[in-house]
Design a protein. Sequence first.
Length: 310
Amino acid sequence: MSEYGGSTRVFGQYGAGGRVISIGLRRHPLKDLYHSLLTASWARLALVFALVYLSVNGIFALGFFFLAEGIENARPGSFLDAFFFSLQTMTATEYRPMAAKTIAVQLLTGAEGFARWFGLALGAGIIFTKFSHPRPRVLFSRVAVVASREGEPALMFRMANERATHIVDAKVRVMLVWNERAGEDEEVRRAHDLPLWRGDSALFSHTWTAIHPIGPESPLAGQGSPALEDAEAELIVSLTGYDEGLSRTIHARHVYRADQILWNVRFREIVYALPNGVRSIDYRKFHQVVPLDSGRRPEKSGGRADRARG
């Protein structure tokens, strides 16, 4: 606990390069439970539902265990019979061979029926909301590269739309976050927006290579891989757009650490023209890079051809 009565939490991104400790914030896990369940993976959500289901049945089974004399054909002192009776009540099945025969047991079965109805309503709402929540299917290259592009150095990374539908009015923003010296003994973490040659696209359907020219005004000018790693630099990428298939706005983000920014390499060409004039995109090479002196033509997927391709 902090001196302010709040919690201390260690978390990663923004930035993940240096661990950040949050002090003095009051956490309310129960108030954020709905948000946590919506953002959890399906496997974790299924595990939580299973644990809640078994726990509720176990709690009511304890009540039935102490009221075993009021359950027809239940063996006295058998928690297993009490648990199975609770399962029958929770699933609203017929009680064969066990059945309630006292008012106390009937009242407890009514309470468990209410818990079943309440849990079903909450669970169905969470699952429906999770199904209807749009999930972006944007693929980011595993690495970003720094290489010469049209006569000047440039930072580049790839994106791909994994859905068959189009993303309309897509916009990309890139922010560089790193540690800077603010004085002789003071170091602060600052963020810089990196302008792109093209930060928006009217239609994002297949691949898109974002390019930041490293000119004199760029914070990356004169930098190298060791300097970025020493500064615990990160590139935070944010993409927004309107998904035609979902009819909703989607958001996708990705973070490149300093060791994921490669210098003097380029992405492999993935767009090819077939003999029949149709263009083919080989996503198997989407993450692959080659040295600049490999003797091949630099790919055009990040230049004007790709910007027109969208």
